[in-house]
Design a protein around this ligand. Structure first.
Ligand code: ATP
Ligand code: MG
Length: 358
């Protein structure tokens, strides 16, 4: 029997509440489907930990996490602790050290959710955005010059490497081949304005596309592509983008399928040399922390992505089905989706639906 070791990093604020429900769902589905089980180890690395120890995690934190099968993160962030502390102190080291060079986000309108795009249904909104997660525009190379003078300026360099670009593109074409609806890849670019890195990116899109003769592709400028997400999302299948463009597109993608309460994300190391990390898109939401009303569905959707990655696609699908049951019934939902239920009640109800579908 397969036993998956999961590192739980609930973090701060509502992260703690939603990870608890996600864990419950993982335990329930493994009991129902059998054949595999989980062992969970929880770590209190967070902004609270930072307040006590002056760092987000212990010095050997990455060494500790290295041997887990997956990492399940809630959210880190607390008023008063600057974002760069939680980002550079925990999230970025994990993403970079564990070569999680894929940030994967489904843009899928679940049944029962109303899209803000008028007239668009679950059939129209069902695609995947793949964001490069390790390099690109978010490099720390650059600096400030001539401060306090008329020539005051700042320079930030982007870094696009053959290795980094090829692997994210191959991943995208593979996804299109294995699970795309139409076997089509759309690559985001801006080679009309950014004249070194983006033509480089485009060149590799063409090159890698030749390895996948069965997959069609196009290259679309980021500004037009953002508009297409809104005007014709039904034409999308697999979208691949650099770090910055992917960051923007994935938030837009989340917004058109129901927003922060349900949007999941995965930071994937495709080679499975290191653990991948699954986390809801939302943050710690200090305004509703401790009230027991955070929507756990984003975190529960993350457990489905985790199961897919671990090689349990049937369990992954069962969780999405249970979520759609609950969303369509509209009886047990948190206030952000117009309901009156608590985080725990929604988690429990998802588990009930999983058992009922057996
Ligand atoms: P961070 O800096 O950690 O991203 P933030 O305040 O910028 O935090 P979020 O924590 O993502 O952003 O929250 C933004 C708003 O969305 C919050 O005010 C919160 O009310 C709402 N929100 C976020 N996640 C959820 C959730 N799971 N359930 C209900 N409401 C949520
Ligand atoms: Mg935020």
């Amino acid at each position: 029997m397969e036993k998956y070791s999961i590192a739980l990093l609930p973090g701060d604020g509502i992260g703690v509440d939603v990870v608890r429900e996600g864990r419950k769902v993982l335990e329930t589905i493994s009991n129902i489907h059998g054949g595999y089980s989980f062992s969970f180890t929880e770590f209190d690395w967070s902004c609270e930990y930072y307040a006590k120890h002056g760092k987000m995690m212990p010095d050997d934190g990455l060494e500790i996490l290295k041997n887990f099968d997956s990492i399940f993160l809630g959210a880190v962030g607390y008023p008063g602790v600057p974002d760069h502390v939680s980002l550079w102190g925990l999230l970025l080291p994990i993403r970079r050290q564990f070569e999680q060079y894929i940030n994967l986000r489904p843009v899928k309108l679940l049944k029962g959710i109303q899209s803000p795009l008028a007239g668009k249904t679950s059939k129209d909104l069902d695609f995947i955005v793949i964001r490069e997660n390790n390099e690109g525009e978010y490099s720390s190379i650059g600096g400030r010059m001539y401060e306090g003078t008329d020539m005051d300026m700042a320079i930030q360099n982007s870094v696009f490497t053959r290795k980094g670009v090829e692997r994210v593109l191959r991943y995208a074409f593979n996804v299109a081949q294995k699970q795309g609806k139409r076997g089509h890849v759309t690559a985001a670019t801006k080679s009309n304005g950014i004249n070194h890195t983006m033509p480089f990116w485009d060149e590799y899109v063409e090159k890698i596309s030749h390895e996948y003769p069965g997959i069609s592709h196009d290259t679309v400028h980021i500004d037009a592509l953002a508009a297409f997400f809104v005007s014709k999302p039904e034409t999308m299948d697999v979208v691949v983008a650099s770090n910055l463009f992917g960051d923007i597109l994935t938030d837009l993608g989340a917004a058109i399928v129901g927003g922060l309460g349900i949007a999941p994300s995965a930071n994937i190391n495709p080679e499975k040399k290191y653990p991948s990390m699954f986390e809801p898109v939302h943050g710690s939401a200090p305004d509703i922390a401790g009230k027991g009303i955070a929507n756990p569905l984003a975190s529960i959707w993350c457990t489905s992505m985790m199961l897919d990655h671990l090689g349990q696609p049937e369990s992954a699908k069962a969780i999405i089905d249970a979520m759609e049951d609950v969303l369509q019934e509209k009886e047990v939902l948190t206030p952000d989706l117009g309901g009156h239920s608590t985080t725990e009640q929604v988690g429990d109800y998802i588990c009930e639906k999983l058992r009922a579908r057996l």
